[in-house]
Design a protein around this ligand. Structure first.
Ligand code: B16
Ligand code: MG
Length: 212
C-alpha cells in the first residue's frame, strides 16, 4: 500500500459544518458592516477563528480594539456552537462510516487534523470518535493551516512519518499545509485550489476505491 495512515480534515470533509460557520460569520459581517458571501467564506476554510475574523474585518471601514475582536470572535463561536448542538450521528452518512471502517480494516491508521477548537465537540455530536486512532485539533497547535503543524502532529500521534500519510482536505489552506508537511493530499469538493492535489475525489466514500 502506498500509505500507512490517513489524516482527515473535519469541517467540509467528514461533516458539513461549513454551512454553520457561514451562518455564524454572516451575522458578524453584518454587525461590522463588512461584505460577506460564499467567496469570502471559502477563504476562511481551514483558517483559525481569529485569522478568519481578521479576514472579515479587513472588509470593514471601522477599526477594532483587541477586546472588541475577542468579543466578536466569542459571539460568533457561541452562535456556531448553538448550531452545532443540532447535529447528531445522522449527520455522518453510513457510506462515510463504511469508508472509514474499510480503510481501518485495510490496516491504515486514521487521524483527524482540524484547525477547529470545536473538533472534540463535533466528533462527540457525530458519535465518530471510535473511527480514529488520534485527533489533533485547534486546541493543540500554535499555527493553523497553511502551516503544516496540525498534520505533522497528527502523524506523530499515530507514530508515522509524514511521507507515509495522505491528507484529505477541502480547503486551499489545507492543501498548502499538506505540501508544506511533505504529505500527499486528496481534495474533496469543488473549491478552487492553488495547485493540483495528488487526487481529486468527489467525497470521502470514494477514498477506498482510490487508494486501496
Ligand atoms: P473554530 P477544519 C476549520 O476546521 C474550519 O474550516 C474553519 O472555517 C474554522 O475557522 C477553523 O476550523 C476554526 O474553527 O472556530 O471551531 O475553532 O476545516 O480545519 O476542520
Ligand atoms: Mg475543512
Amino acid at each position: 500500500m502506498k500509505y500507512k495512515g490517513i489524516i482527515f480534515d473535519l469541517d467540509g470533509v467528514l461533516c458539513s459544518t461549513d454551512r454553520f460557520h457561514f451562518e455564524a460569520w454572516k451575522q458578524t459581517a453584518e454587525e461590522v458592516g463588512a461584505p460577506f458571501d460564499e467567496t469570502i467564506n471559502m477563504k476562511l476554510r481551514g483558517v483559525s477563528r481569529m485569522e478568519s475574523l481578521e479576514i472579515i474585518l479587513s472588509g470593514s471601514s471601522k477599526t477594532f480594539t483587541d477586546a472588541e475582536k475577542e468579543r466578536l470572535a466569542t459571539e460568533k463561536n457561541d452562535r456556531y456552537r448553538n448550531l452545532l448542538a443540532q447535529m447528531s450521528p445522522a449527520d455522518m452518512p453510513a457510506a462515510v462510516r463504511d469508508a472509514l471502517t474499510a480503510l481501518h480494516n485495510a490496516g491504515l491508521k486514521l487521524a483527524v487534523g482540524s484547525s477547529s477548537k470545536n473538533a472534540a465537540y463535533i466528533l462527540e455530536r457525530l458519535d465518530a470518535n471510535r473511527y480514529f486512532d488520534a485527533v489533533c485539533d485547534g486546541t493543540m497547535i500554535a499555527h493553523s493551516k497553511p502551516d503544516p503543524e496540525v498534520f505533522t502532529k497528527a502523524a506523530a500521534m499515530v507514530g508515522l512519518a509524514p511521507a507515509d500519510c495522505l491528507v484529505v482536505e477541502d480547503a486551499a489552506a489545507g492543501l498548502e499545509a499538506a505540501r508544506a508537511g511533505g504529505m500527499d493530499c486528496a481534495i474533496v469538493g469543488t473549491a478552487p485550489m492553488p495547485f493540483e492535489p495528488t487526487y481529486h475525489i468527489q467525497d470521502v466514500t470514494k477514498l477506498p476505491g482510490t487508494i486501496l
